[in-house]
Design a binder for this molecule. Structure first.
Ligand SMILES: Nc1ncnc2c1ncn2[C@@H]1O[C@H](COP(=O)(O)OP(=O)(O)O)[C@@H](O)[C@H]1O
Ligand SMILES: [Mg+2]
Length: 269
């Protein structure tokens, strides 16, 4: 167990020399209903890159992702110890404001959840909550963000139609645009292409690759091929522990740990 930790720490240092850590997780432990779900997590996630969290079902990937924007706080019987620093600021500090923290992060879930309103209103919802009332500005935000996710040409003539009239793939791009509209710094995705067809999956993957120059992106996926296609770095989680963290090619082609080797060969699923 200790070799995993020291390995992760060694990799972390190598990575941070190249790129600034945007998110730093220090001695994070999560207990749910008395069970130790995340164990001694220490990580530095670099900016302007895509980091994928991989590992078998039930190993703690979603829990790790949700601790990054304090979504685990919403669950009952959850105990969180340790710290998560975003730009050096501890989001678990006593005086940390959850709304302020979540504004920095856009979350893309497994299935698209458009709000039950029009395409236009889905995108302006966040900016309006944060006080933007200027109609010209709101229109600009809608156009910019729809262009950002490659939806503008498809929907510009029906902005006031219900978002639910869009295909699932389009809805997921709309949800991404809705997240981007509040100008987050970090995009979190939890298996966010699992409900999509291959073409929509590819569209979302390409969008995320385009967006990484401006955002820090952390994705949960159990699809190794997807992790290989999109990520710069990979975190391999097993049974609530980080077994290895490093550059995508190192983890997939030259894993150091026996469990990682088994996982990338497909012997553990
Ligand atoms: N709200 C919860 N209540 C009880 N157990 C939970 C809850 N959330 C997660 N768990 C447990 O924590 C473990 C990790 O879950 P999760 O992070 O969802 O795994 P993954 O995303 O890797 O499949 C699982 O054993 C799961 O049953
Ligand atoms: Mg999950």
């Amino acid at each position: 167990m200790h070799t995993y930790t020291s390995l992760a720490t060694k990799e972390t240092q190598t990575v941070t020399q190249m790129q600034l850590p945007h998110i730093q997780i220090k001695d994070l432990n999560v207990h749910i209903e008395g069970k130790h779900i995340l164990k001694n997590i220490n990580l530095a996630i670099p900016n302007n890159s895509i980091t994928s969290i991989i590992g078998p079902s039930g190993c703690g990937k979603t829990t790790l992702l949700k601790t990054l924007n304090r979504l685990m706080d919403d669950s009952k019987n959850v105990k969180i110890n340790g710290s998560v620093l975003v730009n050096g600021e501890d989001i678990y500090a006593k005086d940390a404001e959850v709304t302020h923290i979540r504004k920095k992060m856009g979350l893309l879930s497994q299935r698209p959840f458009p709000l039950p309103m029009s395409i236009f209103e889905n995108i302006t919802y966040g900016p309006r909550i944060h006080g933007q009332r200027d109609k010209t500005v709101l229109k600009e935000i809608v156009e910019t963000q729809l262009k950002n996710v490659g939806l503008w040409e498809e929907v510009k003539d029906r902005l006031h139609h219900s978002a639910t009239t869009l295909s699932i793939g389009q809805q997921q791009r709309l949800c991404l645009a809705r997240g981007l509209a509040v100008q987050p710094e970090i995009i979190l995705g939890d298996e966010s292409t699992s409900a999509l067809d291959p073409i929509s999956t590819q569209t979302i993957e390409n969008l995320l690759i385009d967006l990484k120059s401006e955002y820090t992106i952390v994705l949960v996926t159990h699809i190794l091929r997807q992790a290989r296609r999109v990520s710069d770095y990979i975190i391999f989680v097993y049974n609530g522990e980080i077994i290895e963290f490093g550059k995508t090619e190192d983890i997939l082609l030259n894993p150091q740990n026996e469990i990682t080797k088994q996982y990338v060969k497909g012997f553990i699923s």
